[in-house]
Ligand binder design. Structure first.
Ligand SMILES: [Zn+2]
Length: 143
């Protein structure tokens, strides 16, 4: 697995270096847990449209994803939650892209909303707290 800062990414804003390291660590940890070890995940520090702190683009045919992170919008306490959310979108990307190609526009919008709801549910599942607790106790869940 390769998790790296995208070559054309601007540097993290002043005072956000620690947060940028936390994001990279979180992406590595969750990519492994979500079975994305054969992917290259580029992280890019950049403003994100709207009120969001992260957005993702993926090319599943090349096992490559781009996670855009707005360090000025990202609250440190939500890093893991947001990273899980974006990486679940990566897992679902091939499915969603196929549906987008095959479904007419109105149907796709319903499916997109359903995916968003599913990803939000997955990101908040109680298993994450159990996994973090088990990891902290020394059970090696990162193998
Ligand atoms: Zn989403």
């Amino acid at each position: 697995m390769y998790v790296k800062v995208f070559d054309k990414s601007p540097p993290p804003p002043k005072g956000k270096r620690g947060l940028s390291r936390t994001v990279l660590s979180s992406v590595r940890k969750h990519a492994k847990w979500l079975g994305l070890s054969n992917w290259t995940i580029y992280v890019k520090w950049k403003p994100v449209d709207g009120e969001y702190a992260m957005e993702t683009d993926a090319k599943p045919e090349y096992y490559t994803a781009y996670v855009h992170v707005d360090l000025n919008e990202l609250k440190p306490q939500f890093v893991d939650e947001y990273v899980r959310h974006e990486l679940f979108h990566v897992r679902l990307w091939a499915y969603t892209a196929t549906v987008e190609d095959l479904a007419h526009k109105k149907a796709f919008e319903h499916i997109r909303k359903a995916e968003e709801s599913l990803v939000s549910d997955l990101e908040r599942m109680p298993l994450w707290d159990e996994l973090y607790a088990a990891t902290r106790k020394g059970k090696n869940c990162e193998k």
